[in-house]
Write a protein that binds this ligand. Structure first.
Ligand code: CP3
Length: 333
């Protein structure tokens, strides 16, 4: 078993940094596109054999140091009996969207073991096939809330009825904790929380509507001993705030140098990132130059997982991704 990522999340000495990429299974891969031409996204998420097959694609093709469960942060909506719609064009939506405090009040969570048993089955299929750790995940409560409620209503709702907004965040946090615990019981060895949209908020709102609930999740998972990585878009705006929650790791975007972020995040918190996904699109000499620069800047640093600052863009050449992984694996950073 390759345990590099687990050692790094404990900030132990390793021979090189581990590498994996957000959205490492996706449209940039011809094998993924072939599967998508035959199956809807809904099928890929819900059929354990297919979800397991997609999870394994980048592990086999790229040789990354971790697998991430192929699923989506929005499947949590199914716990509340809501339907997630993934259209062929544009972003996902939830039906019916929540419109009022009464809708939040009426929101009732069903047991995750019933609603999301297919995720348990996917993990069970994957575990015997993997020689690298499996990463499970959920969305940050604020980010999930932005999808559950009607888009135009979010701002006014937070401003005029914070109490019911908090009630919604509370319900999502509880369900998310149960969902992460289900994944951990099934065998995931790391969890990552994606609070992608938290940086839409002002710093004060960030503390009130995002950080508070991330804190609940971090604390709820701590007793399991499974390391948790926090991800927000633009997390480099908030290194100290995120570090104050004492997660095992924090994933950063590319707006700050990794070495500088290291100084802002105390040990034993590991850091993850942060090549710009735009750079990974190429041309290749630029990918090579940027990756080498990143590796040099973090040479001999413990507690660093190499990744992008956000997910791989769909039109990224596979060859660039493969070479990026190779460069890290050849390094002795
Ligand atoms: O990273 C991985 O490889 C694991 C799988 C994964 C998916 N979604 C699969 C997916 C993960 C970790 C996510 C998280 C997710 N989903 C986030 C947080 C991370 C981030 O990107 O900021 C968010 C905000 C979502 C919601 C979501 N799902 C959006 C906005 C979209 C459409 C936009 C897009 O990228 O196409 C999805 C669909 C989705 N989820 C795809 C994948 C691979 C697109 C696949 C396709 O169309 O074939």
């Amino acid at each position: 078993m390759n345990a590099l990522i687990l050692q790094t999340l404990r900030c132990e000495e390793t021979s090189r940094p581990p590498v994996w990429l957000m959205r490492q299974a996706g449209r940039y891969q011809p094998e993924y596109r072939a599967l998508r031409s035959k199956h809807s996204l809904w099928e890929l998420f819900h059929k354990p054999e297919l979800a397991a097959q997609v999870t394994l694609l980048p592990v086999d093709i790229l040789g990354v140091d971790a697998a991430i469960l192929f699923s989506d942060i929005l499947v949590i909506a199914e716990v509340f009996g809501l339907k997630v719609h993934f259209p062929e064009q544009g972003g996902p939506s939830i039906q019916p969207a929540l419109c009022s405090a009464a809708d939040v009040e009426a929101l009732a969570a069903q047991p995750v073991e019933e609603r999301l048993s297919y995720v348990q089955e996917t993990i069970a299929l994957l575990k015997p096939q993997l020689k690298v750790p499996l990463i499970g995940f959920c969305g940050g409560p604020f980010t999930v809330a932005t999808y559950l409620i009607e888009k135009e209503k979010r701002e006014a709702w937070m401003a005029h009825d914070p109490q019911s907004f908090h009630q919604l965040l509370e319900k999502i946090s509880e369900a998310s904790l149960a969902y992460l615990r289900l994944q951990i019981a099934a065998g995931v060895q790391v969890v990552q929380v994606f609070d992608s949209w938290a940086s839409l908020l002002t710093p004060q709102q960030f503390a009130e509507f995002s950080l508070k609930y991330l804190h609940k999740i971090v604390e709820g998972i701590r007793a399991t001993g499974v390391p948790l990585i926090l991800f927000c878009r633009n997390s480099s705006l908030y290194p100290e705030e995120l570090a104050s929650l004492k997660p095992a790791g924090i994933s950063f975007d590319w707006h700050q140098e990794m070495a500088l972020l290291r100084q802002k995040v105390p040990f034993p918190i590991a850091i993850q990132g942060n090549l710009d996904p735009e750079i990974l699109r190429g041309p290749y000499p630029l990918v090579k130059e940027a990756t080498k620069k990143l590796l040099r800047s973090m040479k001999n640093e413990k507690g660093w997982i190499v990744n992008l600052g956000h997910g791989i863009l769909p039109d990224t050449p596979v060859e660039n991704v493969r070479c990026f992984v190779e460069l890290v694996k050849e390094s002795d950073a």
